[in-house]
Design a protein around this ligand. Sequence first.
Ligand code: NAI
Ligand code: 13P
Length: 314
Amino acid sequence: QMLAADGAPVSLWAREEEVANAINTTRRNAVYLPDAELSPSIVATSELAAFAGYDTLLIVTPAQHLGSVMGGALADFAGDAVLCAKGIEAGSGRLMAEVAHDVAPKAQLAVLSGPTFAHEVAEGLPTAVTLACKRGDAQWQRLSAQIARPSFRPYYSDDIVGAEIGGAVKNVLAIACGVVDGLALGQNARAATIARGYAEMLRFGLARGAQAETLSGLCGLGDLVLTCSSTSSRNFSLGRALAKGTPASELMASRRTVAEGAFTAPVLKALADDMGVAMPITDAVCGLLAGKVSVTDMVRDILARPLRTEMETP
Ligand SMILES: NC(=O)C1=CN([C@@H]2O[C@H](COP(=O)(O)OP(=O)(O)OC[C@H]3O[C@@H](n4cnc5c(N)ncnc54)[C@H](O)[C@@H]3O)[C@@H](O)[C@H]2O)C=CC1
Ligand SMILES: O=C(CO)COP(=O)(O)O
């Protein structure tokens, strides 16, 4: 919608035929973006094969489905594939660009990530993002010319891994902030969770080869602050619901939209454990999601950790 608002032609693939039909006939996506009126220049379809010949695709599937979508009809896609999913693939532990490279090796990969609540972007409210380009400046020139708008500012980065880790880790931390909010633990506790969560993001990111500057930018700290501050976030809202004592399995079964942090948390913990990176808030979220600890025990355990230096390294 952001790209199409000025009349630019946009083709949109929807997995569900009824969603594609509704977009074409009513200009609404009542299921996934109910409040936005969509531009007439958006044409939706549930057939993916036609997209294989496009120059540029924004890949906006949930993280756990990126491999099956790109590895199917898009396996030979050779244009620019801008990855927007925020997560780590369960089972394989692969970041999204690793998944995409494995299933569609000819695609020229970039990662778009940052503080971007969809309903605000669709409304045309000012938004800034990191656009990390694997193919460097030439790809950035190509993509920024297509994607930038007066109210949508991409910033260049060459750090694909950093952009991916920021977006994946902040979702897990937003669940923790939702718990803090749901338990009414106060604004101090929320700020502490953001800052100590950022320390986890930084430790994990540096261990995986990300640049610290990327993690302190839009796709890292920027998105962390957004997602940890608002009930517009599905991950934050999931944390708030967990704080009321509803089991994660029940909450996940009842939702149609995606809370990526719930899928990323266990695989993030496994990767961090393998590398010897301390991620206590992530560990606590995993315990809660798995039903191994109650919210009360989770908070007690976090507060009872031994006192230490703030700049702890792995
Ligand atoms: N909504 C937002 O504000 C933002 C979302 N993102 C990221 O974009 C990605 C997609 O999220 P949303 O568009 O919000 O999703 P959503 O929660 O609005 O909807 C879920 C989507 O998953 C699709 N889906 C369900 N099962 C599938 C399958 N087996 N294969 C392929 N697709 C399937 C549904 O058709 C639907 O389009 C996520 O990684 C999310 O973190 C990134 C920035 C902002
Ligand atoms: O990534 C997002 C905003 O940048 C959306 O956050 P949620 O997936 O938690 O709703």
